[in-house]
Design a protein around this ligand. Structure first.
Ligand SMILES: C[S@@+](CC[C@H](N)C(=O)[O-])C[C@H]1O[C@@H](n2cnc3c(N)ncnc32)[C@H](O)[C@@H]1O
Length: 235
């Protein structure tokens, strides 16, 4: 477009610059908003956790929760979800009779949300959510452990599970398997896949126990009895 009047041209140029400036401001504004959400809602609790061990919150979907329950249903003893997020797995575990059910979560907002969900479900006071670093939780009295964590964390977690869990305990890992342990059961496909591992009596946790005593994923009914012990491939 031709511009004969220099004053008009200058005005147009200023307007164009303003457009670019507005764009820049919008970008900076959304960046700031994203940072604020991250800093206020997702980051709390992680300040003292090394970056490589920080796992962002991604809640388990209904299928994943059901797979976890199928692999734990009917088992006695304490059930824990390490990194319990908004508490959905703990609440579902409690509802299907896995008691006590305890969630450990670093993010205070998620702990509060979990407690709110429990309260709304009429289970406040029955399920327990603790704001605690999972690396500082003793697992010596846990019989059932659920984890939905990143592969980098799982390789470290194996050592903790091996050192602390009692014989007969079961670990259920969602989305990603424990890197070196042999699963005794696998349910689901793709990211919905869930692996179960048993700590054998008198054996090293994670060794290939599936060849010794086959077990089955628990059926859905409330009376479900899951045999204690390792499982055959339940897929
Ligand atoms: C992928 S989410 C899984 C949430 C929940 N288990 C579920 O499946 O719905 C992982 C959770 O672990 C929590 N988390 C990560 N590192 C943690 C730590 N060191 N101690 C406690 N919680 C942690 C995160 O805040 C996040 O909520």
């Amino acid at each position: 477009m031709e511009q004969d009047d220099p004053a008009e041209a200058l005005t147009e140029l200023r307007e164009r610059q303003l457009g670019a400036l507005e764009l820049l401001q919008a970008a900076a504004g959304s960046g700031l908003a994203a940072y604020t959400v991250w800093a206020l809602l997702l980051q709390p609790g992680f300040r003292r956790v090394p970056l490589r061990l920080q796992v962002p919150y991604v809640g388990a979907n209904a299928g994943q929760v059901e797979h976890v329950l199928s692999l734990l249903r009917g088992r006695p003893g304490k059930t824990v979800d390490l990194g319990s997020g908004d508490g959905r797995i703990v609440l579902a575990a409690h509802r299907c009779g896995l008691r006590p059910a305890v969630g450990y979560e670093l993010n205070p907002w998620l702990v509060a949300l979990a407690r709110l969900h429990a309260w709304r479900a009429g289970c406040a006071g029955s399920v327990c959510y603790r704001r605690k670093d999972l690396w500082k939780v003793s697992l010596r009295d846990c019989r059932n452990v659920s984890v939905f964590l990143a592969p980098s964390v799982l390789s470290l977690l194996e050592d903790k599970l091996r050192a602390e869990l009692p014989a007969g305990a079961r670990v259920v890992s969602g989305r990603f398997p424990l890197p070196t342990w042999q699963p005794v059961a696998v349910l689901g496909e793709g990211l919905d896949r869930v692996w179960a591992y048993d700590v054998p009596e008198g054996g090293q946790a994670g060794e290939a126990v599936s060849s010794r005593i086959p077990i089955q994923a628990a059926p859905r009914p409330s009376s479900a009895s899951v045999p204690e012990g390792p499982v055959s491939q339940a897929n």
